[in-house]
Design a protein around this ligand. Sequence first.
Ligand SMILES: Cc1cc2nc3c(=O)[nH]c(=O)nc-3n(C[C@H](O)[C@H](O)[C@H](O)COP(=O)(O)OP(=O)(O)OC[C@H]3O[C@@H](n4cnc5c(N)ncnc54)[C@H](O)[C@@H]3O)c2cc1C
Length: 449
Amino acid sequence: MPSHVVIGGGITGLAACWYLAKAGHRPVLIERETRLGGVIRTDHVEGCLVEGGPDSFLASKPAAMDLIRELGLEADVIGSNDHQRVTSIVKGGQLVPMPDGLMMMVPTQIMPMVKSPLFSWGTKIKMGLEYFRSPVENPPERSVAQLVREHYGQEAVDYLAEPLLAGVYGGDPEELSADAVLEMFVSMEKKYGSLTKGTLVMRAQRAKQAPAGPLFRTLKGGMEQLTQAIVCQLADKMDRVQGEAVAIRKANFGYEIELKKEKIYAEHVFVCCPATAAGRVLGPVDERLAELLSAVRYNSSVTLALGYEQADVEGKINGFGFLVPKVERRRMAACTYVKTKFDHRVPPAKALLRCFLGGAAIDVPEADLIRDVLAELKDLVGLTKMPMFTRVTRWTGAMAQYGLGHRARVAEIRELAGKHPGLHLAGNAYEGIGIPDCIRGAKAAVAGL
Ligand SMILES: Cc1cc2nc3c(=O)[nH]c(=O)nc-3n(C[C@H](O)[C@H](O)[C@H](O)COP(=O)(O)OP(=O)(O)OC[C@H]3O[C@@H](n4cnc5c(N)ncnc54)[C@H](O)[C@@H]3O)c2cc1C
């Protein structure tokens, strides 16, 4: 009987296997698909490195870099080219550069905001007056849209919060919980009243500690270099079972994990798949826990990579790319100019655009998606040439939505799971959706042994 079973072979499950092996165990990894890595998927097309899922991770969260160092991949880490970081927002069909001094949706510099055509004078005045808000002792739980609206007005919701968060959660700011998604800003509101004031204080403190590095990091070989390195280095330290876990039950000395064709018994089971899947399998262990897990909503998303000759896009493309707010009603939610954002992705004579489409695109036929996006690119940046290649990647129900009540739900999930010795939960449904959060969660679950 294996003592440690991990369900789900995305970055969370692979990181759990890594830390288990490091602690001297030999985990058994159960993954439904033949491919490991979950939504981390890197392809190479005509000399271009195409990320079908995540393309990088936030440099400010250390868990991913810690794991990368342990894997010996540090020399392959590259940072985003922040000196070229201009992101535009589509407004009225035009690309408007985001004003300098924004920290997400929080303005911290007066003149760039005053000069920007992104906001009306009413919004600019509200943004200026926000600095004088008084601290709020016990604010009620609000949606992201409510919080941002209170501080900076509806235009800041439509043209900053919604497009910025669409790429992370693929969700609606009216539904996302500010406590779960913008925890740092909610804390600032309690302490300073003004988010602008809080951000300025935080920046000044950080500047004293260390020079600012790149905002995002990734690997020269793409994000799949990370998952592949774990798989290779654990080749003789873990066992792999390909199959879908359909139910988990309590058994003598641990758990029985039922797959479609076999049963596996383990003392410890690490459930590292999306919460919806965790809810489906955990019913026999704890009905209420399964109900709470199943209630975590997930959105779908689609990425579309378009490869061009550099000459075809020359002069039309600059900066990191652009975001398309929902109120502008387009198929695209965002478009990244990959060559500018990261080196080692695209040969000099070529160009690569990576378009991010929301969950509504999940069932749209490929030809229609490409047609719509090409029409939008023609309209927005005047790109009329046909791409050399296209690559569509669909992710059904992959992005966890931290809706209102998320933190209370996660607290109850953690409390209930804690009543079942040997049961461990990790993944993007709990304390963070990004890759570093998933790795940190996996490490904490193993440390909990
Ligand atoms: C398009 C996209 C772009 C993103 N961009 C970024 C980014 O740039 N930076 C960033 O930090 N984060 C990004 N994220 C978020 C981040 O990539 C994910 O939250 C993270 O990779 C999730 O990893 P995971 O292992 O928890 O889940 P997954 O990657 O979803 O893996 C779960 C695995 O469990 C398996 N599984 C499910 N059910 C079962 C079962 N019953 N039995 C066996 N196996 C099962 C699945 O097949 C899958 O392989 C992005 C996400 C998406 C979808």
